[in-house]
Ligand binder design. Structure first.
Ligand SMILES: [Zn+2]
Length: 449
């Protein structure tokens, strides 16, 4: 029996034996909360959906407010300190390839919703969700996986072999999207979000997965490149909104509206950039880091978008490490007041307290509108016109880049209310247990996998 047929039969059996709500969890990457509250934003489907839904204006994100850590929190309910995904790209200790993407699901240390749903006899699907490559708990999986150098490499050739079941991309092209190419499925394009919606609708109608995760990413690209107020960003909001509209319309036309709960959220929000800091350039000019990778080094920063973690060379002695950290603190504290006012410095203990990366020696934590790069040459501070997310927050401080949450389905509001910590606020870590509650699945996600 082919895997495709067996998935179909399993999903049919599940539906016969359970009246549980199916859930589609959709992230709009970088969904700022003002996109929802400002009616002049080009998002009529989202604006109408808010009115009909349970709407939570503020989602308190994890540290850092970055795509891969946040997406992993959404499907585990745990913070980066526990699930182990601290950045989109893992620090590589001053190697030429300075960081590798966290593509693979086996990097996640805590139990995912896909695993819990599968263990309870449900079926799962995922469309371009981060950190899912090779995930054995997702029946139909199109992972986020792309060539990091785009020169002479086809993204489609890259992704086809990692999709499961093996023939699913061909089936989607045949039945849903038409032939896909690097033009029609180009990450960061408006077409991309529409193609994702076509895939989601086909999978929803054909396989009826009990739990499906979906990542709409175009809004992230445009906000990074052009800032949060640009026409391009507005167009990307319209593209994501259109994709949501296509998914809602399909549920309506196929009479699945009452059996499927749609959850829409961002992984983080965005801020308008003003300045960019280049802390590795400071380390180079102070003799703590080689200008080229693979040279001698004592310390090296890895950018999280806005904030940056600093790592010290593990080959240093304990005394050398302490001296190195003190030297970096001194360098950062001796900057002019106009520069120093742009950031805070967090110690390793403070990083652990906010459930960040316990292996980082320091964190350069910028204020709103300021981000960090990995650049090793040039000035410490330069102007910047794009957008930033990837901040870290000390407890009790207000987030610069909050996102929001919409829950639309035929569900008891009281099921959701107990996960909301204040009238208008939910922790991002509470969304996974809330989904299990909606699906009437016992929450054992606190266990390790
Ligand atoms: Zn993101």
């Amino acid at each position: 029996m082919s895997k495709t047929i067996s998935i179909f039969i399993l999903s049919f059996l599940c539906l016969c034996t359970s009246a549980r709500q199916r859930v589609i969890l959709i992230t709009i990457d970088g969904l700022r909360n003002d996109i929802l509250t400002n009616v002049s934003q080009p998002a009529p489907f989202l604006h109408e959906l808010m009115l009909k839904s349970i709407y939570v204006p503020n989602v308190i994100g994890v540290n850092p407010t970055m795509t891969y850590p946040a997406h992993t929190t959404l499907v585990t309910g745990s913070a980066p300190l526990d699930h182990g995904i601290h950045c989109n790209r893992q620090f590589q200790f001053n190697r030429a390839e300075s960081a590798l993407y966290n593509w693979y699901a086996d990097s996640i240390r805590t139990k995912t919703l896909w695993q819990t749903v599968k263990e309870k006899g449900g079926t799962t699907a995922s469309v371009f969700w981060p950190v899912t490559t090779g995930c054995k708990w997702i029946d139909i999986n199109l992972p986020e996986y792309f060539p990091t150098t785009r020169v002479n490499v086809s993204g489609m050739d890259y992704i086809r072999p990692v999709c499961t079941p093996a023939d699913i991309m061909a089936e989607l092209e045949r039945e849903a999207t038409g032939h896909l190419s690097d033009t029609t499925l180009r990450a960061g394009s408006f077409q991309y979000d529409a193609k994702v919606a076509s895939m989601v609708n086909y999978l929803t109608n054909r396989y009826k997965p009990d739990f499906m995760t979906v990542h709409l990413v175009t809004t992230d690209y445009k906000q990074h490149e052009t800032g949060i107020y640009s026409f391009e960003t507005q167009q990307s909001v319209a593209a994501a909104d259109h994709a949501i509209g296509l998914i809602l319309e399909n549920l309506e036309y196929t009479h699945q509206k009452d059996s499927v709960t749609i959850i829409v959220t961002g992984d983080h929000g965005f801020t308008q950039g003003k300045y960019r800091l280049h802390p590795n350039a400071l380390l180079v000019s102070n003799g703590l880091l080689s200008e080229q990778p693979d040279g001698n080094w004592q310390a090296c920063f890895n950018s999280l978008g806005a904030a940056a973690y600093m790592y010290v060379n593990p080959k240093l002695s304990s005394k050398q490490k302490i001296r190195c950290i003190e030297k970096v603190r001194k360098i950062l504290s001796e900057q002019p007041d106009s520069v120093k006012s742009l950031y805070n410095i967090l110690s390793n203990k403070e990083i652990i307290d906010i459930k960040g990366d316990p292996t980082a020696a320091l964190c350069l934590a910028p204020v709103s509108g300021v981000g960090c790069s990995n650049e090793r040459k040039g000035e410490f501070k330069t102007d910047f016109k794009g957008g930033f997310h990837g901040y870290v927050y000390l407890p009790g401080t207000k987030a610069y880049d909050p996102t929001s949450l919409i829950i639309y389905g035929n569900i008891d509001r009281n099921l959701v209310k107990r996960f909301i910590s204040a009238p208008d606020t939910i922790q991002q870590t509470s969304i996974a247990p809330m989904i299990l509650s909606i699906m009437e699945i016992e929450n054992d996600n606190q266990q390790s996998k």
